[in-house]
Each structure stands twice: as C-alpha cells, then as structure tokens.
Design a protein around this ligand. Structure first.
Ligand code: FES
Ligand code: FES
Length: 156
C-alpha cells in the first residue's frame, strides 16, 4: 500500500491504496464519493467519467498513481457553473430514467461545453458517443446540452 494525497473537488484527501488501484475504486470506496458509477470496468461505457485537470477520463481504467498533483473533479463538485446548469437542465428535460449512467453523462457534457460553447447536433452526438445509456436517453441528453449551450453561452 502507498499513501496518496489527492485533490478531489478542491479538498485534499489522503488515501492508502495500491498504486495500480483504479481511481474509481479510490473515489467510491476510500473517499466515499459514490456519485461516480462502475459500469463496464474497461473504459467502454463512460459511467465512471470524472475530470482530471478539466479533462474527462474513465476512472475505472486510470490508476491512482497516475493522478499526481492533478485536480480531480467528480459529479459531487458544487462550484462548476456548467455542471450545475446541466444538472438543472437534466431535471427540466426529465433526462434520467434509471439514472445509472447520468453522472458520467453530465461530466462528459460539462467537458464538451467547456471546450465548445455552442456545439452542433453532430458535435454533441460525436462527443457524447462514448457514454452509453441502456435506457436510451440520448435525445433528452442532447436537448439538455443544447438548452445549456443557449442559456449559458448566448451572446449578451
Ligand atoms: S465503468 Fe469505466 S468506462 Fe465503463
Ligand atoms: S438512464 Fe438508465 S442507463 Fe442511462
């Protein structure tokens, strides 16, 4: 076991783990942040998406030793305007069905809107294509993202 000091949602968190422990395990089991979900475990479904220094990564396939001093942001973060706007839009559009995939969807959508304030329909579909939803909420996800893009980033 090795000790790691991680910055998670702007808080310093100390954990002991094997260096190759996936970050998802550390978040859920050691840091108590259960919002990030385990889906496939092999980087294919996007349920475990969190941000590392603002970039979306699959935490099921990201060893804790690789985090270093980078900042981790999870669905529990409360200080991101885009994430908060997306959460409201998710409610407005009744996006979640079983809800399981949705934290990962919102983290990917946040990364999309932070890098592209006004994505086209095709750009949304392409960017979000790595996040699988068994319940088929894709049209609602797209509408919610378009909604936030218009409301948050429209020209003054
Ligand atoms: S659980 Fe990580 S990509 Fe599926
Ligand atoms: S809402 Fe059920 S898997 Fe996406």
């Amino acid at each position: 076991m090795q000790k790691f000091t991680l910055t998670i949602n702007n808080n310093k968190v100390e954990v002991s783990a094997e260096p190759d422990t996936p970050l998802l395990w550390v978040l859920r089991d050691f840091a108590g942040l259960k919002g990030t979900k385990y889906g496939c475990g092999v980087g294919l479904c996007g349920a475990c998406t969190v941000h590392i220094d603002g970039n979306p990564i699959r935490s099921c396939s990201y060893p804790v030793v690789a985090v270093g001093n980078q900042k981790i942001t999870t669905i529990e973060a409360t200080d991101n305007e885009v994430t908060q706007a997306l959460k409201h839009a998710w409610i407005e559009h009744n996006v979640p069905q079983c809800g399981y995939c949705q934290p990962g969807q919102i983290m990917s959508a946040t990364a999309l809107l932070e890098s592209n304030h006004s994505p086209s329909e095709k750009e949304i579909e392409d960017y979000m294509s790595g996040n699988i939803c068994r319940c088929g909420t894709y049209p609602r996800i797209k509408a919610a993202i378009q909604n936030v893009s218009t409301d948050l980033f429209k020209e003054a």
